[in-house]
Design a protein around this ligand. Structure first.
Ligand code: C5P
Length: 221
């Protein structure tokens, strides 16, 4: 349970998911996409037609978080046995995930599920609070960021890559709203922790980001 963890935190669309998966691959470590867990809960909540702003609904959502029937199988993500790998990636699921993420009981309910990913030989975990809350004893904490412009452009390319239409302005303002909600919430707000190394990758190709992090890891192993 005390195997090494690398925490990669940062705002939405900073590229941390891609980077974290590549770093994990290079080290032969496991990989945790913690945002996916919040997104799976979001899909479960949407399917149950629950509204986290309603206290009665929230009373049902909190136990859902603690008992979320999520499974990661190869590169697929299952909710109650149903493949939700695509449906968790919509903007709606992202917005709902971020609304659920402000609820302390939801965060607490999802904590153990995230910690279960810590298995030999090691883990690379990406999210918002990997270094601060979930794995505070990570041997390397990276805060990966990029300008809002670059992140919105990246999101547009991702969406268009799936053959869907993307509206830059809408995506840009959604991203700003999500950043604001994530960084202003009382519990586990999005910000670099004191011992994190901040990496702004606005003008860096992905392989350079990966090699920078691998170098930092090597210095500490
Ligand atoms: O990273 P991703 O965009 O998939 O995460 C979706 C939402 O889940 C984020 O906007 C954030 O509100 C929430 N989240 C979180 N803590 C994490 C991972 C994600 O609050 N560790």
């Amino acid at each position: 349970p005390n195997c090494p963890v690398i925490a990669i935190d940062g705002p939405t669309a900073s590229g941390k998911g891609t980077v974290a998966a590549l770093v994990a691959g290079r080290l032969g470590y496991h990989y945790l996409d913690s945002g996916a867990i919040y997104r799976v809960l979001a899909v479960a909540v949407e399917r149950a037609a629950l509204n986290p702003d309603l206290p009665v609904d929230l009373l049902r959502i909190i136990p859902m978080a603690a008992n979320l029937p999520v499974q990661f199988r190869d590169d697929r993500i299952l909710l109650g046995g149903v493949d939700v790998s695509e449906s968790i990636r919509t903007e709606d699921a992202g917005v709902m995930a971020s609304r659920l993420a402000v609820v302390p009981e939801v965060r607490a309910g999802l904590l153990q599920r995230q910690r279960d990913f810590r298995q030999a030989p090691g883990l690379v975990a990406d999210g918002r609070d990997m270094g601060s809350v979930v794995f505070p004893d990570s041997f390397l904490k990276v805060f990966l960021t990029a300008s809002a412009q670059v992140r919105a452009e990246r999101r547009v390319r991702q969406i268009e890559g799936r053959g869907q239409k993307a509206d830059f302005q809408a995506i840009y303002s959604d991203l700003m709203a999500r950043d604001k909600r994530d960084s202003e919430r009382a519990v586990a707000p999005l910000r670099p922790c004191e011992d994190a190394l901040v990496l702004d990758c606005s003008n860096m190709p992905i392989d350079q980001v990966v090699s920078t992090i691998l170098n930092w890891a090597q210095e500490r192993i």
